[in-house]
Design a protein around this ligand. Sequence first.
Ligand code: KIV
Length: 304
Amino acid sequence: MSSQSSAGSGAGSRVKRLMAPDIAAKKGREPIVSLTAYHAHTAAIADAHCDFLLVGDSLGMVMHGYETTVPVPLELMIMHGRAVVRGAKRALVVVDMPFGTYEESPSIAFRNAARVMKETDCGAVKLEGGRRMAETIRYLVDRGIPVMAHIGLTPQSINVIGGFKAQGREEAQWAAIEEDARLVAEAGAFSVVLEAMAEPLAARITGAIPIPTIGIGASAACDVQILVMEDMLGLSPRVPKFVKEFGAVGAAIERAICGYAQEVRARTFPATEHTYAMRDAHQGGVDGAGEPGRATKKPKKASS
Ligand code: KIV
């Protein structure tokens, strides 16, 4: 059985994993919570609090140091997608299709999206674009691949747009963006990201289409909120205006690394409790048990 439909070891511990239709069905009910996730461990933590986790191509920028998402290869998405599916047991995992892997034709999009689904075991893919991607969305959905659409600011088109600019701040832009939202919904997308969008437009779209709108910089009017995890944790050096930092993880990492470096230089780390003693021939028995100087705090990590 796919780990996207159930997860956990042993019949008693199985957790039902949310699927794309579960997310779609939440529209108009309680707010839906999501974050990006790129590692197994952070995915496991977020899993308890989020309805879905997005393995977004922003990982290229926040983890791999690219200036934009354009250079991100499919293989990187698959590698991080696998890690997140391993870490999260309940949340739907959605993996972004990176630039250049789906725009050319519906059949190329299907080939790459099917690869993502098979190799990561995720439950859906996301792709950027409104009307221009409607035919592809229909093609993928008809062939068994749930699709999350993404309109408004579409960072993969940064070189055409000319910067990370908020969308729909002038009413003259609204009709085209509303049409994008309507067409991706009609094509069968189960949800749509609205990125960096003026609040009144996001509210109109949310009220007009039957699928959940996922806001990132698109106001509380949206059905779902998503943020890039590294941004909201306080781990990214620069964040867009719409990000609230809920943590100061970057500062905590800096403090920890600084403390480590100081102790190594002062020769106070490693201390006796972090050091393996010789086996005591008189005590015999299990390796390490009762030895003075053997680390006992985290036995699962110790090896003989
Ligand atoms: O890649 C990403 O993180 C995204 C979010 C901005 C929705 O697409």
